[in-house]
Design a protein around this ligand. Structure first.
Ligand SMILES: CCCCNC(=S)N1C[C@H](O)[C@@H](O)[C@@H](O)[C@H]1CO
Length: 657
């Protein structure tokens, strides 16, 4: 049976690869304003697309996800290009490894998938600062997403690097990019700066060519469409399952009286913030509304089709009434799960599209119970020589992450107690300047934490001259709305009793660099303290080593009864965990990250408090809080789990990469 599927896929890929190599002269992609559809090579074309973000999926799984999207019946994918993912340091561009966008486009082309490219420069996407690099904030008072001279200079320099790389990939030049989006829901932004949008239109036409199909996407209101659209950029809308389709497309018609109907973001699910109830969207509703739009001849992109993971520090945040950080998992309740597993929603969508037969084989799960105990390495205050190789910057008042030129992760702010505090004394951030969480210790003894918008005062005790260590965490910059100028660190002074705390030593922390260099496991010759009777509290590092077991498959790490922190496995930053707040309770570990022959090094930074047992679990599926109770998903711990059918497909796909 499986052979039949593989043959079907192989034949299709072979056919498509031939068509993919047609001489570029025979290729065209345009809008037929007379008949209200796209034309591809002169023939009517309707795209059925799904969003996938290469920046959220390990490179070794790109082909796997793309083939599954093809097998679900899609003929196109929609891809954001996060500017900060490629230029984290100003002027230093990275298009290799996990940033190898052209390799991703090539895999999509090999798989027979066309591409709707969304290079921003702003992309929103629940991605850190909406894809904008944080170094832009070093220009004081910069007005992002506007004709601000500093911003426009940086954008122009970036697009002068990116767009020439994309031009050969345009369908009309022999590649697979059929349309290109300019900016992103610009109508939702306060600036409403037409000069900015005109400048972008000029740059996109300059670097891509005048005959490229450029478009905009905006929320489904007149205000958003008014500020977000521009002559020469085809206006499209986005909406989910609860919107009246006819009304939505009639609004598009008010801005584009002729041309194809396009829903650029049909929400198949939704995002989660820490502390939210997990967002789900009914599979039958998604497939029904999709069917109605396709029946109208509309072009639809499902946002998301494969969500993936906010590895490292790449998650974004929202700030409406208060700051809300997006969780590490970008599962989005999408048709393909965070781990790339097909869901009921995918099957329901595939039934509507009915283009590609997909034969299901029962998944197999292998239950091997593996848990192991971590060892305490030490608290951050005692590890500064390892973690802050550049040493502190002295400043009378606190400096921000941006002023310190460290943009992500954690920073340590150190000073001393100005007087004896025999009674608990309030430490406050009167201007709510802690961005975003501050873990406060005195002489290494954890006093508590301050949190943006939430916890603005704690009590502190100690003696004059005691060391005050404040570890500040960047929980991800706001990616939507007017507060994307989201500076991080201690943005204003802290008041202790009647004293303004001054004379700071500020330590940039390169935790990722230290771990990538082998710490702390490379120090394992040192004897680490035995597990403490009373678990430590406050920011403490733990380490462990998982012995190889011959095979390694996707798995999910659960830190039962841990509080909040960060995990690295074999030097890779898996992202944040926060089971104390949820809804996410596990961290996705891509199978190929685990070694099948060498010990797997695990490092955990627990920020608030670890359980006495220091144990961690490996599960064969994610776990999250749904409606304030654990999921019905049986908690099984195993390190090996594989969907038999997709396992074969994976090997097939792997052979063709
Ligand atoms: C909670 C506010 C979310 C704002 N973002 C919206 S409306 N969205 C539109 C935006 O274009 C896309 O990048 C995603 O960010 C999507 C939500 O997943």
């Amino acid at each position: 049976m499986a052979a039949g599927v593989l043959l079907f896929v192989a034949v299709n890929l072979a056919c498509l690869s031939v068509s993919g190599n047609l001489a570029s002269g025979e290729r065209s992609f345009s809008i037929d304003y007379k008949n209200n559809y796209f034309l591809k090579d002169g023939k009517p074309f309707q795209y059925i697309s799904g969003s996938i973000h290469y920046s959220r999926i390990p490179r070794y799984y790109w082909k796997d996800r793309l083939v599954k999207m093809y097998m679900a019946g899609l003929n196109a994918i929609q891809v954001y290009v996060p500017w900060n993912f490629h230029e984290a340091v100003q002027g230093v561009h990275n298009f290799t490894g996990g940033q190898d966008l052209e390799h991703f486009l090539d895999l999509a082309n090999q798989t027979g998938l066309l591409v709707i490219l969304r290079p921003g420069p702003y992309i929103c996407a629940e991605w850190e600062m909406g894809g904008l690099p944080a170094w832009l904030l070093q220009k004081p008072n910069i007005i992002l997403r506007s004709a601000d001279a500093d911003y426009v200079e940086a954008v122009s320099n970036w697009l002068a690097v990116l767009l020439p790389k994309m031009k050969p990939w345009l369908y009309i030049n022999g590649g697979n990019i059929i349309t290109v989006q300019v900016e992103n829901e610009y109508g939702s932004y306060f600036a409403c700066d037409y000069n900015y949008m005109r400048h972008l239109r000029t740059l996109f036409h300059l670097f891509l060519g005048e005959d490229t199909v450029l478009f905009t996407t905006d929320g489904n209101t007149d205000k958003e469409m008014t500020c977000g659209t521009l002559e020469g950029l085809y206006a499209t809308v986005d909406f989910g399952t609860d919107t009246n389709i006819t009304k939505a497309f009639n609004r598009q018609r008010r801005f584009e009286p002729r041309g194809p109907l396009v829903n650029s973001e049909f929400y198949t699910g939704w995002l989660d913030h820490w502390g939210d109830q997990h967002a789900v969207v009914d599979a039958q509703k998604v497939s029904r509304v999709l069917g109605e739009m396709l029946a109208m001849g509309a072009n639809v992109n499902m946002y998301m089709f494969e969500g993936g993971t906010n590895f490292g520090y790449w998650n974004g945040a929202d700030h409406d009434t208060k700051f809300r950080s997006v969780v590490t998992s970008y599962d989005y309740d999408a048709p393909l799960s965070e781990a790339g597993d097909p869901t009921e929603k995918l099957l329901a969508i595939r039934d509507v599209i009915k283009q590609v037969p997909l034969i299901e084989l029962p998944p197999t799960k292998v239950d091997i119970l593996i848990t192991f105990t971590l060892f305490q390495v030490g608290n951050i205050s005692s590890l500064l020589n390892t973690l802050s190789t550049v040493g502190p910057v002295k400043s009378q008042y606190p400096l921000t992450f941006e002023e310190m030129k460290q943009f992500y992760g954690y920073m340590l702010y150190r000073t001393t107690l100005p007087r004896d505090l025999s009674e608990p004394t309030p430490l406050i951030s009167p201007l709510n300047g802690v961005h975003d969480r501050a873990y406060v210790s005195v002489n290494g003894v954890f006093q508590g934490l301050l949190e943006r918008d939430t916890m603005l005062v704690i009590n502190v005790t100690g003696q004059q001259g005691d060391t005050v260590d404040i570890l500040v965490e960047n929980m991800g910059r706001v990616n939507f709305g007017s507060k994307i100028n989201d500076y991080k660190g201690l943005l204003s002074n802290l008041i202790l009793g009647k004293d303004v705390l001054t004379d700071w030593k500020i330590y940039p922390l390169d935790i990722d660099g230290a771990i990538a260099g082998g710490w702390p496991h490379s120090d394992s010759q040192k004897s680490f303290p035995a597990p403490q009777k009373d678990p430590s509290v406050g920011p403490v590092f733990y380490m462990g080593t998982l012995q190889p077991n011959g095979l390694a498959w996707d798995t999910f790490l659960k830190l039962n009864e841990w509080t909040k922190g960060q995990v690295w496995i074999n030097g890779v930053n898996l992202g944040r965990y926060w089971p104390a707040r949820g809804p996410q309770l596990t961290l996705y570990i891509p199978g190929p990250l685990l070694s099948t022959t060498l010990p797997n090094n695990i490092t955990v930074l627990e920020l608030e408090g670890a359980p006495a047992h220091l144990r961690v679990l490996f599960m064969d599926r994610p776990q999250l809080i749904v409606e304030h109770s654990l999921t019905s998903v049986a908690e099984r711990t195993a390190i090996y789990s594989v969907s038999f059918f997709y396992c074969i497909l994976f090997f097939f796909v792997a052979d063709t990469v």
